[in-house]
Design a binder for this molecule. Structure first.
Ligand SMILES: NC(=O)c1ccc[n+]([C@@H]2O[C@H](COP(=O)([O-])OP(=O)(O)OC[C@H]3O[C@@H](n4cnc5c(N)ncnc54)[C@H](O)[C@@H]3O)[C@@H](O)[C@H]2O)c1
Length: 359
């Protein structure tokens, strides 16, 4: 019989549900232990999913020699300490996005994976989307020609999730690091992962979490409390330049006076362009005429099963030594871009990525 991979979850809040449900569906996996510093949440989740082994600290969970792999689903500022401790304890790690809150921490995480010869995968879940897979196919068939510009918006009108998401000491930042990270990563991935050279960014802290807005806030953190502070940006914008001349521009908000929430990724190439979200559209020229290509079967991102695909890939990489589709090195690159946007916003100047990395 094939040996099962025994898995633990560190941080059993909102996103942990997706990890737990995925693991519990996999024959090859035995989900054995949970850890959370919030004892009430830990007990609630353990009862919900029938988990017997629960730990109040990551150290206790990591002492269990029969745990092979973990998912790190804590708030962002704890990713590095949990992932490094797990890797040093010989476990494989799937770490939720963003990889860390600083570039220095992300590099330390990558080093920990390398010195322990363990997998560190980053939860760049959008890479596993059906829309991304289809676009990738078109890119590989050279449908777009040279992809030289990507533009993404991830804008919420009143969508600060509260809790740690607004607390910079636990989140590392606001909508840029929480939402922007998804679309920066996806565009960068689809555009062939060129090396980022420089970044120009701006952030705004004008509306904060808008407690005066009486409509209910849709996005909730389980860590939400009465005393929540909000010291992160509410809008971020950035322009990233790559060594092949390509550029990505990005806007992300928690609070903004716009009509409707907007999430749109657009890619522009010499032969064709595309828009993902909410439905995939393709634009090109056919025989000298401008043509919008309509797929017979419309393609929209399917959330159902998305995390399962990501987590199944993690297990496949561990069990079958497959090449990881979202390795630590990619997380480090994206972390450098995020940090550069924040630094540029703070100084008002362009940030050269190489100078940032050498600090
Ligand atoms: N991939 C996605 O689309 C997606 C969606 C939501 C959240 N996330 C990411 O998942 C992570 C968690 O987000 P969430 O919404 O589940 O937050 P959450 O507040 O619901 O849960 C976080 C949990 O981590 C626990 N925790 C914090 N520090 C810990 C530590 N050192 N040891 C053990 N437990 C600890 C908290 O007590 C809390 O229960 C974040 O990094 C977030 O960016 C990813």
């Amino acid at each position: 019989m094939v040996q099962k991979i025994r898995v633990g979850i560190i941080g059993t809040g909102g996103i942990a549900h997706e990890h737990i449900k995925a693991y519990q569906q996999m024959e090859q996996v035995e989900l054995v232990a949970f850890c959370d510093i919030n004892s009430e949440q830990l007990a609630k989740m353990a009862a919900l999913y029938g988990i017997q082994e629960t730990y109040a600290t990551k150290e206790e969970l990591l002492l269990q020699a029969d745990i092979d792999a973990v998912s790190v689903c804590t708030w962002n500022a704890a990713h590095a300490e949990c992932a490094i401790a797990a890797l040093d304890a010989g476990k494989h790690v799937l770490c939720e996005k963003p990889m860390a809150t600083t570039l220095a921490d992300a590099i330390k995480m990558q080093e920990a994976a390398e010195r322990n010869h363990r997998l560190l995968m980053i939860g760049f879940v959008r890479r596993f989307g059906n829309d991304a897979e289809l676009i990738k196919e078109f890119i590989e068939d050279d449908f777009f020609g040279e992809l030289y510009y990507g533009k993404a918006t991830y804008l919420r009108r009143n969508g600060n999730p509260g809790g740690w998401f607004g607390d910079k000491s636990r989140s590392g930042g606001g909508p840029l690091i929480d939402l922007g990270v998804h679309v920066i990563d996806l565009m960068h991935y689809l555009m062939g992962q060129p090396k980022a050279v420089s970044v120009y960014g701006a952030t705004f802290q004008k509306l904060l979490n808008r407690p005066t807005i009486k409509d209910s806030v849709e996005y909730q953190s389980v860590s939400k409390g009465e005393q929540d502070i909000c010291d992160v940006e509410d809008l971020a914008t950035g322009m990233i330049r790559f060594d092949n001349g390509a550029v990505i521009s990005i806007e992300a908000s928690f609070s903004l006076n716009l009509k409707e929430d907007e999430g749109k990724i657009q890619l522009f190439g010499t032969e064709a362009g595309a828009k993902l979200d909410p439905e995939l559209e393709l634009y090109t020229n056919i025989n000298g005429y401008m043509a919008d290509v309509e797929l017979k079967k419309p393609v929209a991102l399917q959330m159902d099963g998305l995390f399962y695909k990501e987590i199944a890939h993690y297990i496949d990489c561990i069990a079958n030594e497959k090449d990881c589709l979202a390795p630590a090195a990619d997380g480090v690159q994206i972390m450098a871009i995020l940090e550069a946007i924040y630094q540029s916003a703070a100084t008002g100047h362009e940030v050269i990525i190489e100078e940032l990395a050498s600090k």
